[in-house]
Design a protein around this ligand. Structure first.
Ligand code: IDC
Length: 459
């Protein structure tokens, strides 16, 4: 009797384990893992919703699936930190590879935008009511822990856009600060092991923007050579724990579609090569100009899938109207046009560029408005005029920096070279001399921006 009973229990356990292994569900009655829903904001025609999945038990959960039904007239739009499949009004979200593991006592969140006035109903977490009878399996976790180390890229890992923020692999909103190179066709001699050691080790920068012009003697003149140069600088940035922004520095002509075929070739090669890195961001169009938002959006909608086909996880940065001024250098309606017709992709941010001596309160207010509505990244700014030259307006620049710090908007300053203009941080001749360390060779703007990059990070 005892023997057969034992056999029966073993068989039942095996069946349950086999059937539930995928999502780590074990029999009811154990410690609960729950999912709770909240509307975190509501603007009348729509709202932002968030689910928090909490592992109340001791062992790690290794994956999750959450499903619910929306009432007729209510639907899900964009979403983040989960994958989505739908069947009619039934929505099924599953974890991304970076947030499937939930240690005991920990939570993960994912979010989405809803339209209509209804709310999720009939919620199931791993097939069980979201109020909780799911427990973790005893199998060890398969997801790798965040990389060890103290560099910005090691601490933060793979970035992703969460709501309107840039978040690290632990789900914390972070601000990156760093420098842009000048055009590689002119000032590649300023970006090398010695200068990047100073940028990473003395300036404590988080990010390097690799500015590759297309015209003006750039990529179009030597695609293989410039691709190799960018690849090399990505490796140098990676070796120093910096994030790398691959800047497709289209400028004139201002229509990004002019270079679409070249962009396809370039981004396919670069994304394929670096897809396993966790420190790459793709800036697909530096400064569009003289084209409507619809043309920029059309370009983005075509080039982003090219990148994602190789590297599905990298954050993509999208240029905006009128030299990435969000349309402030045009009719000022750029933010509204993006909101009316956003780029068809998740995990993207829009870019804003400013030059503090040229771009006063009107630009600042346009930017402030955009921060409240869109995920924003300042991939280029200067303390001078838009020419990158002339006197500095540090007071105005500081107002932008304060706003960006308050809202954790990442920024990159133009530029890490010894060009003669006031916006280049080094005095002419510095790069040939290889004398990047300290402040002796820095121009006024260089001293100012170095001080502001060196302050402690928020991560
Ligand atoms: C400027 C460079 C200058 C170069 C010029 C031509 O400082 O040496 O001759 O480009 O391309 C931008 C552009 C950036 C500009 C910068 C300063 O993205 O390429 O660099 N700027 O004018 N937008 C606004 C200002």
């Amino acid at each position: 009797m005892r023997r057969s009973r034992k056999l029966f229990l073993s068989a039942a356990t095996a069946v349950v384990a086999a059937g539930l292994a995928l999502y780590g569900v074990s029999p009811a009655g154990a410690a609960a893992t729950t999912a709770t829903f909240a509307k975190v904001s509501d603007w009348g025609s729509g709202w932002q919703g968030e689910f928090t999945i909490t592992n109340g038990a001791g062992a790690a959960l290794t994956g999750w699936k959450l499903e619910f039904t929306m009432p007729p007239g209510t639907s899900v739009g964009s979403y983040w930190d989960a994958l989505l499949t739908t069947s009619g009004q039934r929505y099924t979200f599953t974890n991304r590879e970076y947030n499937g593991r939930i240690a005991g006592g920990q939570s993960v969140k994912f979010g989405f935008v809803g339209t209509g006035s209804g709310a999720p109903a009939g919620c199931l977490l791993n097939g069980v009511a979201c109020t909780g009878t799911v427990t973790p399996p005893t199998t060890p976790p398969t997801t790798t822990a965040p990389p060890a180390g103290t560099t910005p890229a090691a601490k933060n890992g793979l970035l992703r856009v969460c709501g309107r923020q840039l978040c690290n692999a632990q789900g914390k909103a972070v601000q990156l600060r760093g420098m842009s190179t000048h055009g590689l066709q002119w000032y590649a001699n300023c970006v090398n092991d010695a200068s990047l050691n100073v940028l990473a080790g003395e300036w404590n920068a988080d990010v390097l923007r690799i500015s590759m012009y297309i015209q003006e003697g750039g990529y179009e003149t030597d695609p293989a050579g410039y691709t190799a140069k960018v690849n090399d600088l990505i490796e140098k940035a990676t070796a120093r724990g910096l994030y790398a922004i691959v800047d497709w520095h289209m400028l004139s002509p201002g229509d990004p579609n002019y270079n679409l075929a070249r962009a396809r070739t370039f981004f396919t090669a670069v994304a394929a090569r670096h897809k396993d890195k966790t420190n790459i961001l793709y800036e697909i169009a530096n400064e569009p100009s003289d084209v409507p938002w619809s043309a920029i959006k059309s370009y983005a909608d075509q080039i982003i899938p090219v990148i994602r086909a190789q590297d599905p996880d990298g954050v993509v940065l999208v240029g905006t109207e009128d030299w990435s001024s969000l349309g402030a250098s045009g009719d000022g309606q750029g933010v509204a046009r993006i909101q009316a017709a956003p780029v068809n992709a998740a995990n993207i941010m829009y870019t804003f560029h400013f030059y503090a001596a040229s771009h006063d309160d009107y630009y600042l207010n346009t930017f402030r408005d955009a921060i409240a509505k869109l995920p924003m990244f300042v991939t280029e700014f200067g303390t001078q005029q838009a020419s990158g030259d002339g006197g500095n307006n540090f007071a105005m620049a500081q107002r932008y920096l304060d706003l960006m710090q308050q809202h954790k908007v990442s920024w990159v300053n133009w530029n890490y070279s010894d060009d003669m203009r006031t916006g280049a941080v080094f005095t002419p001749g510095t790069c040939n001399a290889g004398a990047y360390s300290g402040t002796a060779r820095l121009k006024e703007a260089g001293v100012w921006i170095r001080d502001r990059i060196r302050t402690p990070d928020d991560f």
